[in-house]
Design a protein around this ligand. Structure first.
Ligand code: ADP
Length: 503
Protein backbone atom coordinates (compact mmCIF):
# COMPACT_ATOMS: atom_id res chain seq x y z
CA UNK A 1 0.00 0.00 0.00
CA UNK A 2 1.30 3.41 -0.97
CA UNK A 3 2.22 5.78 1.84
CA UNK A 4 -0.58 8.39 2.03
CA UNK A 5 1.93 11.30 1.90
CA UNK A 6 3.22 10.08 -1.43
CA UNK A 7 -0.09 10.82 -3.02
CA UNK A 8 -0.05 14.43 -1.72
CA UNK A 9 1.47 17.06 -3.97
CA UNK A 10 4.14 19.40 -2.64
CA UNK A 11 1.79 22.32 -3.20
CA UNK A 12 -1.02 20.85 -1.13
CA UNK A 13 1.38 20.10 1.74
CA UNK A 14 2.94 23.52 1.38
CA UNK A 15 -0.48 25.14 1.56
CA UNK A 16 -1.54 23.04 4.51
CA UNK A 17 1.25 24.41 6.73
CA UNK A 18 -0.07 26.94 9.22
CA UNK A 19 3.06 29.07 9.05
CA UNK A 20 3.63 31.40 6.14
CA UNK A 21 6.30 30.03 3.78
CA UNK A 22 8.09 31.28 0.69
CA UNK A 23 10.46 29.51 -1.62
CA UNK A 24 13.08 31.77 -3.13
CA UNK A 25 15.88 31.16 -5.60
CA UNK A 26 19.52 31.86 -4.91
CA UNK A 27 19.14 35.13 -6.76
CA UNK A 28 16.41 36.16 -4.36
CA UNK A 29 13.39 35.66 -6.63
CA UNK A 30 10.20 34.37 -5.03
CA UNK A 31 9.01 31.26 -6.83
CA UNK A 32 6.40 29.92 -4.47
CA UNK A 33 4.30 31.19 -1.58
CA UNK A 34 1.95 29.05 0.44
CA UNK A 35 -1.60 30.03 1.30
CA UNK A 36 -0.60 31.28 4.76
CA UNK A 37 2.09 33.50 3.22
CA UNK A 38 -0.34 34.95 0.67
CA UNK A 39 -2.84 35.71 3.36
CA UNK A 40 -0.18 37.18 5.66
CA UNK A 41 1.39 39.35 3.00
CA UNK A 42 -1.75 40.27 1.08
CA UNK A 43 -0.55 39.12 -2.37
CA UNK A 44 -2.10 36.69 -4.84
CA UNK A 45 0.04 33.78 -5.98
CA UNK A 46 0.42 35.44 -9.38
CA UNK A 47 1.46 38.78 -7.96
CA UNK A 48 4.09 37.41 -5.65
CA UNK A 49 5.74 34.94 -7.99
CA UNK A 50 8.78 36.49 -9.63
CA UNK A 51 9.13 39.37 -7.11
CA UNK A 52 12.51 40.03 -5.54
CA UNK A 53 12.40 39.01 -1.90
CA UNK A 54 13.63 42.50 -0.91
CA UNK A 55 10.14 43.78 -1.81
CA UNK A 56 9.05 42.20 1.47
CA UNK A 57 11.81 43.87 3.44
CA UNK A 58 11.09 47.33 4.90
CA UNK A 59 13.07 49.83 2.88
CA UNK A 60 15.47 50.82 5.65
CA UNK A 61 16.73 47.24 5.95
CA UNK A 62 16.95 46.41 2.24
CA UNK A 63 20.63 47.13 1.59
CA UNK A 64 21.60 45.22 4.69
CA UNK A 65 19.30 42.34 3.75
CA UNK A 66 20.94 42.02 0.35
CA UNK A 67 24.35 41.68 1.98
CA UNK A 68 23.14 39.05 4.42
CA UNK A 69 21.40 37.14 1.63
CA UNK A 70 24.56 37.03 -0.49
CA UNK A 71 26.46 35.73 2.52
CA UNK A 72 23.79 33.11 3.19
CA UNK A 73 23.90 31.82 -0.39
CA UNK A 74 27.64 31.32 -0.09
CA UNK A 75 27.22 29.38 3.11
CA UNK A 76 23.67 28.07 3.28
CA UNK A 77 22.53 26.43 6.49
CA UNK A 78 19.24 25.89 8.29
CA UNK A 79 18.95 28.67 10.84
CA UNK A 80 16.74 31.43 12.09
CA UNK A 81 17.26 34.77 10.43
CA UNK A 82 18.39 37.88 12.20
CA UNK A 83 19.96 36.06 15.18
CA UNK A 84 17.50 37.24 17.81
CA UNK A 85 16.84 40.70 16.39
CA UNK A 86 13.29 41.91 15.88
CA UNK A 87 12.40 41.33 12.25
CA UNK A 88 9.57 42.70 10.22
CA UNK A 89 8.04 41.89 6.90
CA UNK A 90 6.35 44.38 4.59
CA UNK A 91 2.86 43.46 3.36
CA UNK A 92 1.53 44.48 -0.01
CA UNK A 93 -0.33 47.44 1.47
CA UNK A 94 2.80 48.71 3.19
CA UNK A 95 2.12 47.42 6.70
CA UNK A 96 5.05 46.12 8.74
CA UNK A 97 4.45 42.90 10.63
CA UNK A 98 6.72 41.62 13.35
CA UNK A 99 7.83 38.07 12.61
CA UNK A 100 10.42 35.50 13.44
CA UNK A 101 11.97 34.09 10.24
CA UNK A 102 13.45 30.64 9.69
CA UNK A 103 15.72 29.88 6.72
CA UNK A 104 16.19 26.38 5.27
CA UNK A 105 18.33 25.76 2.22
CA UNK A 106 16.84 23.30 -0.28
CA UNK A 107 18.58 21.82 -3.32
CA UNK A 108 16.51 20.65 -6.24
CA UNK A 109 17.83 19.57 -9.60
CA UNK A 110 21.19 21.19 -8.83
CA UNK A 111 19.61 24.48 -8.08
CA UNK A 112 19.58 25.89 -4.60
CA UNK A 113 16.53 27.44 -3.06
CA UNK A 114 15.79 28.83 0.34
CA UNK A 115 12.62 28.03 2.19
CA UNK A 116 11.64 31.04 4.26
CA UNK A 117 9.18 30.53 7.14
CA UNK A 118 7.47 33.36 8.99
CA UNK A 119 6.54 32.50 12.54
CA UNK A 120 3.90 34.90 13.67
CA UNK A 121 1.70 32.57 15.65
CA UNK A 122 4.45 31.63 18.07
CA UNK A 123 5.15 35.26 18.66
CA UNK A 124 1.52 36.11 19.15
CA UNK A 125 1.13 33.18 21.49
CA UNK A 126 4.07 34.21 23.61
CA UNK A 127 2.77 37.77 23.77
CA UNK A 128 -0.65 36.48 24.69
CA UNK A 129 0.89 34.27 27.32
CA UNK A 130 2.82 37.18 28.77
CA UNK A 131 -0.32 39.28 28.73
CA UNK A 132 -2.28 36.54 30.44
CA UNK A 133 0.39 36.25 33.11
CA UNK A 134 0.52 39.98 33.63
CA UNK A 135 -3.27 40.21 33.75
CA UNK A 136 -3.34 37.38 36.22
CA UNK A 137 -0.75 38.97 38.47
CA UNK A 138 -2.56 42.30 38.24
CA UNK A 139 -5.81 40.56 39.15
CA UNK A 140 -4.14 38.89 42.13
CA UNK A 141 -2.53 42.14 43.23
CA UNK A 142 -5.85 43.94 42.97
CA UNK A 143 -7.56 41.19 44.89
CA UNK A 144 -4.90 41.26 47.62
CA UNK A 145 -5.24 45.03 47.91
CA UNK A 146 -9.05 44.81 47.86
CA UNK A 147 -9.20 46.86 44.68
CA UNK A 148 -11.82 46.76 41.99
CA UNK A 149 -10.93 48.28 38.64
CA UNK A 150 -13.24 50.52 36.63
CA UNK A 151 -13.12 51.54 33.03
CA UNK A 152 -15.61 54.04 31.63
CA UNK A 153 -15.89 55.53 28.20
CA UNK A 154 -16.38 59.13 27.09
CA UNK A 155 -20.03 59.37 28.18
CA UNK A 156 -19.16 57.78 31.54
CA UNK A 157 -20.66 54.41 30.72
CA UNK A 158 -18.99 51.16 31.69
CA UNK A 159 -16.94 49.92 28.75
CA UNK A 160 -17.47 46.26 29.55
CA UNK A 161 -19.86 44.95 32.13
CA UNK A 162 -17.70 44.72 35.22
CA UNK A 163 -19.38 42.27 37.56
CA UNK A 164 -17.04 43.05 40.40
CA UNK A 165 -17.77 46.76 40.25
CA UNK A 166 -21.48 46.09 39.99
CA UNK A 167 -21.27 43.90 43.05
CA UNK A 168 -19.42 46.70 44.74
CA UNK A 169 -22.19 49.10 43.91
CA UNK A 170 -24.71 46.61 45.23
CA UNK A 171 -26.17 46.50 41.74
CA UNK A 172 -26.07 42.73 41.63
CA UNK A 173 -28.89 42.36 44.07
CA UNK A 174 -30.90 45.03 42.31
CA UNK A 175 -30.50 43.13 39.03
CA UNK A 176 -29.04 46.12 37.30
CA UNK A 177 -26.66 43.98 35.27
CA UNK A 178 -29.67 42.46 33.57
CA UNK A 179 -30.28 45.68 31.71
CA UNK A 180 -29.07 45.62 28.16
CA UNK A 181 -27.92 49.22 27.83
CA UNK A 182 -24.45 50.25 28.94
CA UNK A 183 -24.14 50.90 32.64
CA UNK A 184 -23.84 54.49 33.76
CA UNK A 185 -21.20 55.54 36.32
CA UNK A 186 -23.30 58.43 37.56
CA UNK A 187 -26.77 56.95 37.66
CA UNK A 188 -26.25 53.41 38.91
CA UNK A 189 -24.62 53.47 42.31
CA UNK A 190 -26.76 54.96 45.04
CA UNK A 191 -24.52 57.53 46.64
CA UNK A 192 -25.14 58.95 50.07
CA UNK A 193 -26.92 62.30 49.53
CA UNK A 194 -24.17 64.16 51.41
CA UNK A 195 -21.49 62.77 49.11
CA UNK A 196 -23.10 62.72 45.69
CA UNK A 197 -22.20 66.34 44.88
CA UNK A 198 -18.56 65.76 45.91
CA UNK A 199 -18.34 62.63 43.76
CA UNK A 200 -19.99 64.26 40.76
CA UNK A 201 -17.68 67.25 41.04
CA UNK A 202 -14.60 65.00 41.30
CA UNK A 203 -15.66 63.13 38.13
CA UNK A 204 -16.34 66.43 36.39
CA UNK A 205 -12.90 67.75 37.33
CA UNK A 206 -11.13 64.56 36.28
CA UNK A 207 -12.80 64.59 32.88
CA UNK A 208 -12.28 68.32 32.34
CA UNK A 209 -9.78 68.70 29.49
CA UNK A 210 -8.41 71.80 31.23
CA UNK A 211 -7.40 69.81 34.32
CA UNK A 212 -4.81 67.16 35.06
CA UNK A 213 -7.21 64.23 34.62
CA UNK A 214 -6.75 62.89 38.13
CA UNK A 215 -9.64 61.42 40.09
CA UNK A 216 -9.42 61.01 43.83
CA UNK A 217 -12.56 60.97 45.88
CA UNK A 218 -14.08 59.26 48.90
CA UNK A 219 -17.80 58.74 49.26
CA UNK A 220 -20.46 56.48 50.73
CA UNK A 221 -22.48 53.97 48.74
CA UNK A 222 -25.88 52.80 49.88
CA UNK A 223 -26.71 49.20 49.07
CA UNK A 224 -30.03 49.34 47.20
CA UNK A 225 -31.31 46.16 48.81
CA UNK A 226 -29.92 46.03 52.33
CA UNK A 227 -29.56 49.79 52.79
CA UNK A 228 -26.02 49.19 54.15
CA UNK A 229 -23.54 52.05 53.93
CA UNK A 230 -20.01 51.46 52.70
CA UNK A 231 -17.21 54.00 52.38
CA UNK A 232 -15.40 53.85 49.04
CA UNK A 233 -12.25 55.52 47.83
CA UNK A 234 -11.93 55.95 44.05
CA UNK A 235 -8.60 56.76 42.42
CA UNK A 236 -8.28 57.09 38.68
CA UNK A 237 -7.19 59.00 35.65
CA UNK A 238 -8.99 60.31 32.61
CA UNK A 239 -7.50 60.00 29.14
CA UNK A 240 -8.06 62.70 26.58
CA UNK A 241 -8.00 62.87 22.81
CA UNK A 242 -8.50 66.06 20.77
CA UNK A 243 -9.45 67.99 23.89
CA UNK A 244 -12.11 65.50 25.02
CA UNK A 245 -12.08 62.92 27.77
CA UNK A 246 -12.35 59.55 26.07
CA UNK A 247 -11.89 57.21 28.98
CA UNK A 248 -11.82 57.14 32.76
CA UNK A 249 -9.80 54.33 34.30
CA UNK A 250 -9.01 53.52 37.88
CA UNK A 251 -9.72 51.49 40.97
CA UNK A 252 -12.11 51.65 43.88
CA UNK A 253 -11.38 50.39 47.35
CA UNK A 254 -13.60 49.76 50.33
CA UNK A 255 -12.37 51.99 53.15
CA UNK A 256 -15.26 51.46 55.55
CA UNK A 257 -13.13 49.89 58.30
CA UNK A 258 -10.56 52.66 58.02
CA UNK A 259 -13.29 55.30 58.25
CA UNK A 260 -14.78 53.68 61.35
CA UNK A 261 -11.34 53.72 62.96
CA UNK A 262 -10.72 57.34 62.00
CA UNK A 263 -14.05 58.34 63.49
CA UNK A 264 -13.23 56.51 66.71
CA UNK A 265 -9.89 58.32 66.95
CA UNK A 266 -11.52 61.67 66.29
CA UNK A 267 -14.09 61.02 69.00
CA UNK A 268 -11.36 60.01 71.40
CA UNK A 269 -9.36 63.11 70.56
CA UNK A 270 -12.42 65.32 71.07
CA UNK A 271 -13.06 63.61 74.38
CA UNK A 272 -9.47 64.21 75.51
CA UNK A 273 -9.75 67.84 74.51
CA UNK A 274 -12.96 68.28 76.46
CA UNK A 275 -11.39 66.63 79.46
CA UNK A 276 -8.39 68.89 79.17
CA UNK A 277 -10.53 72.00 78.81
CA UNK A 278 -12.42 70.93 81.95
CA UNK A 279 -9.14 70.32 83.71
CA UNK A 280 -7.88 73.79 82.77
CA UNK A 281 -11.16 75.34 83.90
CA UNK A 282 -10.98 73.43 87.17
CA UNK A 283 -7.38 74.45 87.77
CA UNK A 284 -8.10 78.08 86.96
CA UNK A 285 -11.11 78.08 89.25
CA UNK A 286 -9.07 76.48 92.04
CA UNK A 287 -6.29 78.99 91.57
CA UNK A 288 -8.80 81.84 91.83
CA UNK A 289 -10.43 80.23 94.83
CA UNK A 290 -7.02 79.75 96.39
CA UNK A 291 -6.17 83.43 95.89
CA UNK A 292 -9.39 84.88 97.27
CA UNK A 293 -10.43 82.30 99.84
CA UNK A 294 -8.35 83.71 102.63
CA UNK A 295 -9.29 87.35 102.12
CA UNK A 296 -12.96 86.35 101.86
CA UNK A 297 -12.77 84.41 105.10
CA UNK A 298 -11.11 87.38 106.77
CA UNK A 299 -13.68 89.84 105.37
CA UNK A 300 -16.43 87.60 106.62
CA UNK A 301 -14.89 87.49 110.09
CA UNK A 302 -14.44 91.29 110.25
CA UNK A 303 -18.00 91.83 109.05
CA UNK A 304 -19.34 89.51 111.72
CA UNK A 305 -17.50 91.45 114.39
CA UNK A 306 -18.98 94.70 113.11
CA UNK A 307 -22.50 93.24 112.88
CA UNK A 308 -22.24 91.81 116.35
CA UNK A 309 -21.23 95.20 117.73
CA UNK A 310 -24.18 96.87 115.93
CA UNK A 311 -26.60 94.26 117.30
CA UNK A 312 -25.30 94.75 120.83
CA UNK A 313 -25.80 98.51 120.30
CA UNK A 314 -22.47 99.01 121.98
CA UNK A 315 -20.87 100.97 119.23
CA UNK A 316 -17.20 100.93 119.84
CA UNK A 317 -16.09 103.18 117.01
CA UNK A 318 -12.47 102.07 117.35
CA UNK A 319 -13.15 98.35 116.87
CA UNK A 320 -15.74 99.10 114.17
CA UNK A 321 -13.19 101.16 112.34
CA UNK A 322 -10.62 98.36 112.70
CA UNK A 323 -13.13 95.80 111.34
CA UNK A 324 -14.00 97.96 108.37
CA UNK A 325 -10.35 98.75 107.67
CA UNK A 326 -9.66 95.02 107.82
CA UNK A 327 -12.41 94.41 105.27
CA UNK A 328 -10.98 97.04 102.93
CA UNK A 329 -7.45 95.66 103.24
CA UNK A 330 -8.58 92.10 102.62
CA UNK A 331 -10.72 93.12 99.66
CA UNK A 332 -7.73 94.93 98.23
CA UNK A 333 -5.54 91.91 98.84
CA UNK A 334 -8.02 89.70 97.03
CA UNK A 335 -8.11 92.18 94.18
CA UNK A 336 -4.36 92.36 93.82
CA UNK A 337 -4.00 88.57 94.04
CA UNK A 338 -6.47 88.19 91.25
CA UNK A 339 -4.67 90.84 89.31
CA UNK A 340 -1.35 89.02 89.71
CA UNK A 341 -2.91 85.75 88.68
CA UNK A 342 -4.45 87.30 85.62
CA UNK A 343 -1.26 89.06 84.67
CA UNK A 344 0.51 85.75 84.84
CA UNK A 345 -2.09 84.19 82.59
CA UNK A 346 -2.23 87.18 80.24
CA UNK A 347 0.88 88.23 78.48
CA UNK A 348 1.97 91.84 78.44
CA UNK A 349 1.08 92.71 81.97
CA UNK A 350 3.86 90.91 83.76
CA UNK A 351 6.80 92.24 85.60
CA UNK A 352 10.08 92.22 83.80
CA UNK A 353 13.52 92.45 85.25
CA UNK A 354 17.13 92.36 84.15
CA UNK A 355 18.25 88.75 83.86
CA UNK A 356 21.54 86.99 83.30
CA UNK A 357 20.53 84.39 80.71
CA UNK A 358 23.45 82.13 81.64
CA UNK A 359 22.17 81.95 85.19
CA UNK A 360 18.61 81.35 84.09
CA UNK A 361 19.82 78.43 81.94
CA UNK A 362 21.65 76.91 84.90
CA UNK A 363 18.58 77.34 87.09
CA UNK A 364 16.35 75.73 84.44
CA UNK A 365 18.65 72.68 84.43
CA UNK A 366 18.19 72.34 88.17
CA UNK A 367 14.40 72.66 87.89
CA UNK A 368 14.21 70.15 84.99
CA UNK A 369 16.19 67.67 87.03
CA UNK A 370 13.96 68.23 90.05
CA UNK A 371 10.96 67.41 87.84
CA UNK A 372 12.45 64.00 87.03
CA UNK A 373 14.11 64.97 83.74
CA UNK A 374 17.60 64.19 84.90
CA UNK A 375 18.60 61.44 82.48
CA UNK A 376 20.57 63.65 80.10
CA UNK A 377 23.97 65.17 79.82
CA UNK A 378 23.97 68.95 79.40
CA UNK A 379 26.65 70.49 77.20
CA UNK A 380 26.75 74.22 77.90
CA UNK A 381 28.22 76.82 75.57
CA UNK A 382 27.59 80.08 77.36
CA UNK A 383 28.80 83.46 76.23
CA UNK A 384 30.53 84.86 79.26
CA UNK A 385 29.72 88.49 80.01
CA UNK A 386 26.67 88.47 77.77
CA UNK A 387 24.59 91.62 78.31
CA UNK A 388 21.61 91.22 80.67
CA UNK A 389 18.24 90.65 79.05
CA UNK A 390 14.90 92.08 80.07
CA UNK A 391 12.32 89.45 80.85
CA UNK A 392 10.09 87.67 83.32
CA UNK A 393 12.25 85.10 85.02
CA UNK A 394 9.47 82.61 85.77
CA UNK A 395 8.39 82.68 82.14
CA UNK A 396 11.87 82.36 80.67
CA UNK A 397 12.47 79.44 83.03
CA UNK A 398 9.20 77.90 81.84
CA UNK A 399 10.34 78.10 78.18
CA UNK A 400 13.68 76.46 78.96
CA UNK A 401 12.18 73.73 81.13
CA UNK A 402 9.59 72.92 78.42
CA UNK A 403 12.33 72.61 75.77
CA UNK A 404 14.46 70.42 78.02
CA UNK A 405 11.47 68.23 78.88
CA UNK A 406 10.59 67.74 75.18
CA UNK A 407 14.21 66.94 74.34
CA UNK A 408 14.50 64.36 77.11
CA UNK A 409 11.15 62.77 76.21
CA UNK A 410 12.12 62.52 72.52
CA UNK A 411 15.45 60.84 73.39
CA UNK A 412 13.84 58.53 75.95
CA UNK A 413 11.19 57.48 73.44
CA UNK A 414 13.91 56.71 70.86
CA UNK A 415 15.98 54.93 73.53
CA UNK A 416 19.06 57.00 72.80
CA UNK A 417 21.81 56.16 75.25
CA UNK A 418 24.12 59.16 74.98
CA UNK A 419 21.39 61.66 75.78
CA UNK A 420 23.22 64.90 75.21
CA UNK A 421 21.50 68.26 75.23
CA UNK A 422 23.57 71.21 74.04
CA UNK A 423 22.50 74.60 75.25
CA UNK A 424 24.09 77.59 73.62
CA UNK A 425 23.75 81.19 74.77
CA UNK A 426 25.14 83.90 72.52
CA UNK A 427 24.59 87.42 71.26
CA UNK A 428 22.83 87.44 67.92
CA UNK A 429 24.47 90.53 66.42
CA UNK A 430 22.09 90.67 63.44
CA UNK A 431 19.07 91.38 65.58
CA UNK A 432 20.92 92.54 68.70
CA UNK A 433 19.28 90.00 70.98
CA UNK A 434 20.27 87.20 73.28
CA UNK A 435 19.90 83.93 71.37
CA UNK A 436 19.43 80.63 73.18
CA UNK A 437 19.54 77.27 71.34
CA UNK A 438 18.56 73.90 72.77
CA UNK A 439 19.71 70.93 70.72
CA UNK A 440 19.13 67.25 71.41
CA UNK A 441 20.38 64.07 69.74
CA UNK A 442 16.92 62.52 69.48
CA UNK A 443 15.09 61.45 66.33
CA UNK A 444 14.22 65.02 65.36
CA UNK A 445 10.93 65.95 63.71
CA UNK A 446 9.66 65.07 60.30
CA UNK A 447 8.14 67.76 58.11
CA UNK A 448 4.53 66.75 58.78
CA UNK A 449 4.97 66.88 62.56
CA UNK A 450 7.09 70.03 62.46
CA UNK A 451 4.29 71.89 60.68
CA UNK A 452 1.95 71.51 63.66
CA UNK A 453 4.07 71.48 66.81
CA UNK A 454 3.22 75.04 67.83
CA UNK A 455 -0.51 74.44 67.53
CA UNK A 456 -2.31 74.05 70.85
CA UNK A 457 -3.16 70.43 71.65
CA UNK A 458 -0.89 69.03 68.96
CA UNK A 459 1.00 66.09 70.40
CA UNK A 460 2.50 62.84 69.17
CA UNK A 461 2.88 61.46 72.68
CA UNK A 462 0.39 59.00 74.12
CA UNK A 463 0.09 61.04 77.29
CA UNK A 464 0.98 64.41 75.77
CA UNK A 465 -1.23 67.44 76.04
CA UNK A 466 0.33 69.39 73.21
CA UNK A 467 0.40 72.73 75.03
CA UNK A 468 4.12 72.95 75.91
CA UNK A 469 5.37 74.53 72.72
CA UNK A 470 2.25 76.64 72.19
CA UNK A 471 2.68 78.15 75.66
CA UNK A 472 6.46 78.48 75.28
CA UNK A 473 6.09 80.36 72.03
CA UNK A 474 3.57 82.82 73.47
CA UNK A 475 5.82 83.31 76.52
CA UNK A 476 8.80 84.09 74.28
CA UNK A 477 6.68 86.56 72.35
CA UNK A 478 5.28 88.09 75.53
CA UNK A 479 8.87 88.72 76.54
CA UNK A 480 9.64 90.49 73.25
CA UNK A 481 11.40 87.55 71.62
CA UNK A 482 10.67 84.66 69.27
CA UNK A 483 10.72 80.87 69.50
CA UNK A 484 11.18 78.58 66.53
CA UNK A 485 12.27 75.14 65.41
CA UNK A 486 15.44 74.98 63.35
CA UNK A 487 14.33 73.60 59.98
CA UNK A 488 17.90 72.75 58.97
CA UNK A 489 19.03 70.97 62.11
CA UNK A 490 21.42 68.19 61.10
CA UNK A 491 20.99 66.13 64.20
CA UNK A 492 18.00 65.64 66.50
CA UNK A 493 15.86 68.69 67.09
CA UNK A 494 17.09 72.22 67.66
CA UNK A 495 14.86 74.94 69.08
CA UNK A 496 15.91 78.58 69.28
CA UNK A 497 14.51 81.51 71.18
CA UNK A 498 15.53 85.13 71.52
CA UNK A 499 15.16 87.73 74.23
CA UNK A 500 15.74 91.49 74.07
CA UNK A 501 18.66 93.00 75.93
CA UNK A 502 17.92 95.38 78.75
CA UNK A 503 18.21 98.99 77.52
P1 ADP B 1 3.60 67.60 74.28
O1 ADP B 1 5.01 67.50 74.77
O2 ADP B 1 2.63 67.65 75.35
O3 ADP B 1 3.25 66.58 73.28
P2 ADP B 1 4.52 70.04 73.01
O4 ADP B 1 3.84 71.25 72.52
O5 ADP B 1 5.55 70.25 74.03
O6 ADP B 1 3.43 69.02 73.54
O7 ADP B 1 5.19 69.33 71.74
C1 ADP B 1 4.40 68.98 70.63
C2 ADP B 1 5.05 67.91 69.83
O8 ADP B 1 6.25 68.37 69.24
C3 ADP B 1 5.47 66.69 70.62
O9 ADP B 1 4.39 65.81 70.83
C4 ADP B 1 6.54 66.10 69.74
O10 ADP B 1 5.98 65.34 68.69
C5 ADP B 1 7.16 67.31 69.08
N1 ADP B 1 8.44 67.68 69.70
C6 ADP B 1 8.67 68.68 70.53
N2 ADP B 1 9.96 68.73 70.88
C7 ADP B 1 10.58 67.71 70.24
C8 ADP B 1 11.95 67.23 70.19
N3 ADP B 1 12.93 67.82 70.89
N4 ADP B 1 12.22 66.16 69.41
C9 ADP B 1 11.24 65.58 68.71
N5 ADP B 1 9.94 65.98 68.71
C10 ADP B 1 9.61 67.05 69.47
Amino acid sequence: MAHPLQSLSFQSLFDAVADAMLLITDTGIITEANAAALSLLGYTAKEIAGLKVEVLVPERYRAQHLKHRTKFIRNPEKRPMGSGNELSVLTKDGKELEVDIGLSPISYQEKSYTLVTFYTVAKRKSVEQALRISEESLRLAKKAAGLVAFDFDADLKMRDTNEQLLAYWGAEQANIEQKSEKIDIVAVPIIHPEDSAIRASAIRHATDPGGNGELKVEYRIINPVTGDLRWVSATGRAHFRDGHATRLLGVVRDITEQKILEKKLQDQHAETETLFAKEVATQTASAIAHEINQPLTAISAYSEVALHALKQKVIDSVSLKRALEGCVAQAQRAGSSLHELLSFLHKGEMTREQLDVNNVVKEALVIAKSYGYSDFHPVLELESNIKPVLGNKTQVLKILVNLLRNAVEAMREAEIASSEISITVRTNANINMAHVSVQDVGPGLNYEVAKHIFEPFFTTKPKGIGMGLAISRSLAEANGGQLWLDPDAKLGATFHFTLPFAP
